[in-house]
Every structure is written in C-alpha cells, then in structure tokens.
Design a protein around this ligand. Structure first.
Ligand SMILES: *Cc1c(COP(=O)(O)O)cnc(C)c1O
Length: 418
C-alpha cells in the first residue's frame, strides 16, 4: 500500500467546473440545515464517500472475482471478495452478490433468477406499502408478470396473513415477496416461510428499508427463512447508493448469472468497495446502538405526533419509519409535504391503507429517523421535531420562523462537520 491517496479534490472541481461545484455545496448546505426525515435517506460516512470517490471507478471488471472478462482485476477482486465475506458474516448468509446498481436492479435480478414473464408473483399491494417493483402497472414487474397483491387488514392495519395464505393457495405463485417501502411494523418471516412451503413458492424478501436494522441486530432477520433477500445499501444501512442480494447457496449461480451477464454490464467497483466499507461499519457495536436508537427515535416521533393529533397507522412503529394519517387535521399529504418543505423539514406525502385520496394527493406523510439519528439526535429532539411538524402541517406560524428553529436544532447536531 502506498501512502498517497489520489482521490476527491474539491478545489480542482471548484476551479474547473464552478457551476457543478456550487450545486454540490448548495446541496450539502440543504442536507446540513434542514431536517431530513425521508425514511429511505441517511448520511453516509466520510470513509464510504472516499471509497465512492476513488479511482476504482475507472476499472472494468465484468464477471466475478477470479472469473473476469478483463485483465488487471487483482486489486478490485480483493475489494469484492472482502465485501462478500463481510456481507455473509454480518447477515449469516450463504451467498452474497454486491454488484446490483440499485434496489430496483437487485429486484429485477430476483425476477430474472426465479421466474419467466407471465409467471404469477404474490406481493404487497402498493397502496398498502409495497414498492413499484412489486407489481406496479407502470413498472416492468406489473407489465411482465401476473401480479397478485395482498394487503393489510382495515381494523388493525397489519399484514393480513390469512389473506396472504388464501391467495397463495388459490393462485400458487412462483414467488412470494414480503417487505415494503411504507410498512412500519415487523414482518412475520416464520409465517411467510410456512405459507411459501405450503404453496410451493420461492420466498423473496425485499429488505431494502429495514436491512440496516437487521445488520444492527435491532429486529429479527429474514435471512434464515428466505430463499433470497434483496435490498438497497443506502437506507438505514448507511452505505453508498446501491443494491445487494443474499441467498441460499442453492440459488447462488442463478442470482449471479441474473445480475451478470443477465442484466448488468461492468460492476461499479468504487460502489462495491464502498459497500464493503459500510458493511464493516455496520458490524460494530456503535452501529448496533445506532440501530436501536433509530427505532427508539421513530417510536418517540410517532407518539409525539400522536399528541399533536397526527395518528400513526397501526398505532405506532417497530422500525425506523412511521406512516402518519392526517385526516383528523383536514390537511392532505401533498399540502403537508409542501408546508413542511417551506419550513426546512424534508419528508414525503404517502398513501395510507384504504386512502380515499389519489396517490398524487394522499392522506398521509411518511417520516423516518435514520438520518437524524446519525446526526446524534435523541428522544428530546424527537419531541421538538413533532412540534415543528405540527406547526408546519397545520399552516399555523410563519414558515420562516419554524425554519429558523429547525436550523438552530440541526446546527447543534451537524450532519457533516464544518
Ligand atoms: C427503496 C426500495 C427499492 C428500490 O431501491 P432503488 O435503489 O431506489 O432502486 C426497492 N424495494 C423497496 C422495498 C424499497 O424500499
């Protein structure tokens, strides 16, 4: 190892391309000054950013370690092997593929590995929290597959496992997908495994949102139960933007072939190395205590919002996110998102189960605590945030005044040092 790192040189960017440099600085300020409550976002570490900004980006490495289509891959092979070993150890997985460019790419690979166009797949309905890649009409999954959807019960707002079993036995899907993008509760993986065994389906868990909580040992893992687990590396897990797939060894070849040469070309080796860095970070006691705080903060934020008349769907959360029903306030999700934005609070409108409003309007918002917890905020700050959201959503108070209080709070917990 030479001691000289040739990497991100922001001064060079500033002098060579001041327009882009300015945009990057403006975005850094936005991330630092505002409250980042989007449940799928986080602040990745300087170490991860250094790997991402490295010359590994230059290297073509189609294939897998030891089996590349290009020469000169000895160094990047070491990065990928290390990443794979770390992933297998952290999650107790038999096989890991670190090459998916994103969560959506990882999911396409899962379909490619286990199904043919026209096959039946059972997945969580989008209006009840599922992801676009779980069968939306505008997504490849909805166009190429016969998607059957399950949802939550109207009374409990929890996954209806009886409906899931009935649909599985009736339609005999090739694959059952569990995991969602806006479901605040734990999934009963043991029960899903039983249903998969009974109906003869592949058990696919899309763990994009909560895999970081699994890594931090704060919630139960789907890995012992599932045939395949796909996820993103940039949400609670706090790594670079990208995807990953874990599977049983019996499916290793199918998964690897689906990613390459099935649907991707050269892997992003800088991102693969950055994923390895994030996996090392996620294996520490510090990350485990982070994961627990993310959940404690989400629960505090959920009850804080309830005190201000904003109910959490299902009555609370077991994870890093809460889905908030705004109907009692008479404000829709789209307006709430805009009002919060004006006050320096970034969150998203979100459909709630059985939402009477259109997806472009919605009756709810989704809030998440991965980013604010990385900043070091805790329970007292969640009470403040609930109050800021309440003021902003109701349209009471001057947005500029709320924004000033938000900035005071975020400056006390800087996302990145100045
Ligand atoms: C975020 C997410 C994805 C997609 O990840 P991208 O990296 O945005 O493609 C897929 N599935 C679920 C459940 C997600 O939450």
């Amino acid at each position: 190892m030479s001691s000289e790192f040739w990497g991100p040189d922001f001064d060079a960017l500033k002098s060579q391309d001041p327009e882009i440099a300015t945009i990057i600085l403006d975005e850094l300020e936005r991330q630092r000054d505002g409250l980042q409550l989007i449940a799928s976002e986080n602040f990745t570490s300087p170490a991860v950013l250094a790997a991402l900004g490295s010359t590994l980006s230059n290297k073509y490495a189609e294939g897998y370690p030891g089996k590349r289509y290009y020469g000169g891959c000895a160094d990047v092979d070491r990065a990928e092997i290390l990443g794979i070993e770390r992933a297998k150890a952290l999650f107790g997985a038999e096989h890991a593929n670190l090459q998916p460019h994103s969560g959506a790419s990882a999911n396409i690979a899962v379909y490619a590995a286990f199904t043919k166009p026209g096959d039946t797949v059972l997945a969580m309905s989008l209006p009840h929290g599922g992801h676009l890649t779980h069968g939306s009409k505008v997504n490849f999954s909805g166009k190429w597959f016969d998607i059957v959807s399950y949802g939550v019960r109207q009374d409990t707002e929890l996954i209806d496992y009886d409906e899931l079993r009935d649909l599985a036995m009736k339609h005999r899907p090739k694959m059952i997908c569990s995991g969602a993008t806006a479901y605040p509760r734990l999934v009963d993986f043991e029960k899903v495994r039983e249903i998969c065994d009974e109906s003869g389906a592949i058990m696919w868990v899309d763990a994009a949102h909560f895999i970081g909580l699994v890594a931090g040992k704060a919630i139960p893992s789907p890995v012992p139960y599932a045939d395949v687990v796909s996820f993103t590396t940039h949400k609670v897990l706090r790594g670079p933007r990208g995807g990953m797939i874990l599977s049983k060894s019996a499916h290793a070849a199918a998964i690897d072939k689906a990613i390459f040469p099935g649907l991707q070309g050269g892997p992003l080796m800088h991102a693969v190395a950055a994923k390895a860095v994030a996996l090392k970070e996620a294996s520490t006691p510090a990350y485990q205590s982070y994961a627990k705080s993310v959940i404690a903060n989400a629960q505090a934020l959920s009850s804080g919002l309830a005190e201000h008349g904003m109910r959490s769907v299902s009555g609370g959360t077991d994870t890093h996110l809460a889905l908030i029903d705004l109907q009692a306030l008479g404000v829709n999700g789209a307006d709430a998102e805009k009002r919060c934005d004006a006050a320096g609070i970034t969150l998203n409108k979100n459909s709630i189960p059985f939402d009477p409003e259109a997806p472009s309007v919605t009756s709810g918002i989704r809030v998440g605590t991965p980013a604010v917890t990385t900043q070091g905020m805790g329970i007292p700050e969640m009470a403040k945030i609930a109050e800021f959201i309440s003021l902003a959503v109701r349209g009471k108070g001057d947005p500029a005044e709320i924004r000033a209080q938000v900035t005071e709070l975020t400056h006390a917990f800087p996302a990145y040092p100045r």
